[in-house]
Each structure stands twice: as structure tokens, then as C-alpha cells.
Write a protein that binds this ligand. Sequence first.
Ligand code: GLP
Length: 245
Amino acid sequence: MFHMKVIKAKTHKEAGYLAADEFEKVMEKKADCVIGLATGSTPLPFYDELIQREKNRALSFSSVRTVNLDEYVGLEAEDPQSYRYYMQKNLFDHISIKRENILIPNGLEKDKETLCRKYENQIEVWGGIDIQLLGIGHNGHIGFNEPDDFFAVSTHEVKLTEKTRKANQRFFKSPNDVPKSAITVGIGTIMSAKKIVMMAVGGDKAEIIKKAFCGPVTPKIPASILQFHPNVTLICDEAAYMGFY
Ligand code: GLP
């Protein structure tokens, strides 16, 4: 482990609170900052906390720009399983963010190459991501960058592994409903963020946390590349933190 700061939270809720602290610091300094957001069950208390803090006027989203990590291919924005829907319900509908300041891949776009190029361009036009939130998949994926023989640099379409489809099956009616591919930002996109906050909660994440941060950097464990990022804060609950023992 190199520059990483590891914080142990008592609970999932506290992990969300501590992650919100990191974002608040950036938002305080730069009202129009660009924040990178993630989906999954891990960030939910973090989003609750952000909503609460804006209600309490501790922070404001009125000038903030957001960039999401990924989206399933083939799902409409209104589909309750889409990440767009997740973001609306769990964050955007409850804060003052402007619609034009939200960037999330359109899973229905036919021309994926143009979509991916435009996505990268928009991030660049906005001046890059100031702070990026990450969860981690059981196989070490970040965003939807799955284990591979190389690190994918920029936004691209990715075929989801069976492991990931299985893990995400819990949100769908039937296993066959889980999309086979997704659009995800690349490892290069993530590594270009000025600061990264990863949240990991639950005993089922302990093993991958150990592999990603105490083992070799390899595209077989995409999150391991974060060992080379100069400003990463990892927030674990007690169960995930056990990976370090
Ligand atoms: C999904 C998302 C990731 C997320 C991961 C872990 O596949 N694409 O961004 O980090 O799952 O999800 P959870 O937080 O539910 O464990």
C-alpha cells in the first residue's frame, strides 16, 4: 500500500457519513466541482447523508456537476433497474442539482463509440473529476471494469462477467433479466480523478480488499491499480476491514 489512507468505520452508516465528509471538503472549496458517483448498495447511506446535509444547508448541489461511473446497456432511464433510475431515486430527486449538470451514460444509445467519446470529452470540458466515489465488486471490479488482461483506459462497452451478473441478480426479477453488457468509464478515467474515496462494507468484501490493496497491481484485480493513485481514501466498515488481518 502506498499513499492510501484507510479509515475504519463502525457501521455502514458511519462509512457513508465519513465519505460525505470527504465530499463536503471538496464542495466547500469549489462550488462547481465535478464529483464522480457510483451505484450499488454500498453508497446508499452516503447519498442519504448528502441529501441531509443539503437540507441542513451544510452544502449545496446547485452548481455541482456529477459524472456516473456506468450504466447497463439496453435499459431505459425509467427502468427501475437502470443506474439512472437509481441515481434519481436515491440522490438527484432530493437535491438542487441541475439536469444539465448530470452525466450518466445512455444505455439505449446505438452508437456506443460516439457515446463513449462524448462522455470522455464532457469530463474534459468540465475540467476533470475532482473527487470520485467507488465501491468494489467481489472480483475487484471498479465501475464495471471487469478483470481482464489489460487495463481499459477510457469509457467503453464491457461484457459483464457471470460473477458480476450473479451478484447483481438480486435486483432483478429473473437472472435472465440482468443485462449482458454495460457502458463504463475506464480505469484511466478513474485514475485521472484528483481524489478517490472508496467505500467497502461487509465481510464478503474483506477478501477482495486484501487482494486489491495488499497484493500485486494487476488487471486481473482492477481495483489494485488504485495503489498507484496519489490520493485515495478507503473507508471500510469493521467487517471489510478484517481483510487487512
Ligand atoms: C456494481 C457497480 C459498481 C459497484 C459494485 C458493488 O456492479 N457497477 O460500481 O461498486 O456493483 O456493488 P455493491 O455496493 O452493491 O456491493
